[in-house]
Design a protein around this ligand. Structure first.
Ligand SMILES: Cc1cc2nc3c(=O)[nH]c(=O)nc-3n(C[C@H](O)[C@H](O)[C@H](O)COP(=O)(O)O)c2cc1C
Length: 312
C-alpha cells in the first residue's frame, strides 16, 4: 500500500508501532520494521546509554527504517536528542512537551521529525516550523492522553495541515486503518496491539491482561491534575480514583502511580502496576507475532476497502 507516510518513511505499510515507555525496545521495533511497518524505540524514562545500546541492537536485527521517541518531560532529553542526531536514526517522534526548539538540530542531522500533537493550533505550528509529518493521538489511546477523541482529531486537524498525518488511539484492526485513510490520514500508529505481540519483551502477565480485557477494561486516572493516563482497570486505578475524590495533593497522586508502568511491564505485577492500554481491546484475541498482526490488518483493510467501493 502506498500513502504519503509510506513514501516519507520508505516503509511498505502505513502502520507505525507507537513508542511505549518500558515496553517498546529494539526487538519490538525491529520486528515491526521487518514486517513492513515502522518500529519505534521508546527512550522515555531511560538513560542515554540504554538508548544507544537499543539503537545498536535494532541495527543488528533489521536493515529497515525505524525511529526513536523522545519524551520531552525527561531531564536528559537534550542528551538523547544529540545521540539520535549523531546516530542518524531514520526518524524521531516527540511528545509530552514543546517540540519546536529541537526541530532545527534534528533536521540539520537529516532526520525526519514527527511530533505528536494534541490539537489544531500545535499542528499548524509544527507544520510551519518544518515537521515532516505529525501524529494526532486521541483519548482512546493507552498511556498519557488528552481529551479529544481520534475521530474528532481526524475530523478537525487533517483538513488544516498539508503534511502527512498519522492517526493514533484506538486503532487495532484493518477497519480502523481504512477509517483513518478515508478520513485523510496517511497511516495509523498502534501501541496496545503491539504490546500484546510475541516480540514485545514485556512481562507475559501484562500481555495476557491485555488479551483478556474487553471494551470496558480501561480506566482513566489523572484528569484532576492534568496527567491523565489510560490503563487497564486494577487496584492502582481503583485506589487512585478513590483518592481523587478526596481533593488530594498533586504529590500524593503522583506517588501512587510512580514506577507502576515498569512494575507491570517488567515485573509482571498487573494488580499494583499500571498496564497502560488503549480502549480497542476486544479485537486483541491472542499474542501474535508482529508479522501476523500487520498481515492480518492489511488483509482486513483491503477487504474493507473493497466493501466500501460497493456502496457507490
Ligand atoms: C504502555 C504504553 C506506553 C506508552 N508510552 C509512550 C511514550 O513513551 N511516548 C509516546 O509518545 N507515546 C507513548 N504511548 C502512546 C503510544 O505511542 C501510542 O500513540 C498509543 O498507544 C496509541 O493508542 P493505542 O494504545 O490505542 O494503540 C504509550 C502507550 C502505551 C500503551
Amino acid at each position: 500500500m502506498k500513502t504519503r507516510i509510506t513514501e516519507l518513511l520508505n516503509i511498505k505499510y502505513p502502520i507505525l508501532q507507537g513508542a511505549m515507555a518500558w515496553v517498546s525496545e529494539a526487538r519490538l521495533a525491529a520486528a515491526v520494521s521487518n514486517a513492513g511497518g515502522a518500529g519505534i524505540i521508546a527512550a522515555g524514562g531511560r538513560d542515554v546509554e540504554w538508548v544507544k545500546e537499543q539503537i545498536d541492537l535494532a541495527r543488528t536485527l533489521t536493515d529497515k527504517p525505524f525511529g526513536v521517541n523522545v519524551t520531552l518531560m525527561d531531564k536528559n532529553k537534550d542528551e538523547k536528542i544529540d545521540l539520535i542526531c549523531n546516530e542518524k536514526v531514520s526518524f524521531i517522534t516527540l511528545g509530552a512537551g514543546n517540540p519546536l526548539p529541537y526541530f532545527e538540530k534534528i533536521k540539520q542531522a537529516g532526520i525526519k521529525v514527527i511530533p505528536v500533537v494534541p490539537n489544531i493550533r500545535l499542528a499548524k505550528r509544527v507544520e510551519d516550523k518544518g515537521a515532516d509529518a505529525l501524529i494526532i493521538e486521541g483519548m482512546e489511546a493507552g498511556g498519557h492522553i488528552g481529551k479529544i477523541s481520534s475521530l474528532s482529531l481526524m475530523t478537525q486537524v487533517i483538513p488544516e495541515v498539508n503534511i502527512p498525518v498519522v492517526a493514533a488511539g484506538g486503532f487495532a484492526d484493518g477497519r480502523g486503518l481504512t477509517a483513518a485513510l478515508v478520513m485523510g490520514a496517511s497511516g495509523i500508529q498502534m501501541g496496545t496491539r503491539f504490546y500484546a505481540s510475541k516480540e514485545c519483551l514485556a512481562h507475559i502477565n501484562a500481555k495476557n491482561a491485555i488479551v483478556n480485557a474487553d471494551d470496558m477494561g480501561t480506566e482513566i486516572t489523572g484528569y484532576v491534575n492534568n496527567h491523565a493516563i489510560r490503563s487497564l482497570k486494577n487496584k492502582v486505578t481503583d485506589k487512585y480514583i478513590e483518592l481523587e475524590r478526596e481533593n488530594p495533593s498533586d504529590e500524593s497522586l503522583r506517588g501512587l502511580r510512580a514506577g507502576t508502568s515498569k512494575k507491570a511491564s517488567i515485573d509482571g505485577d498487573v494488580e499494583w502496576g499500571l498496564v497502560q492500554a488503549g480502549q480497542s481491546l476486544s479485537v486483541i484475541k491472542s499474542i501474535q507475532s508482529c508479522e501476523e498482526i500487520i498481515n492480518e490488518i492489511m488483509l482486513d483493510a483491503k477487504e474493507t476497502i473493497r466493501k466500501i467501493k460497493t456502496l457507490i
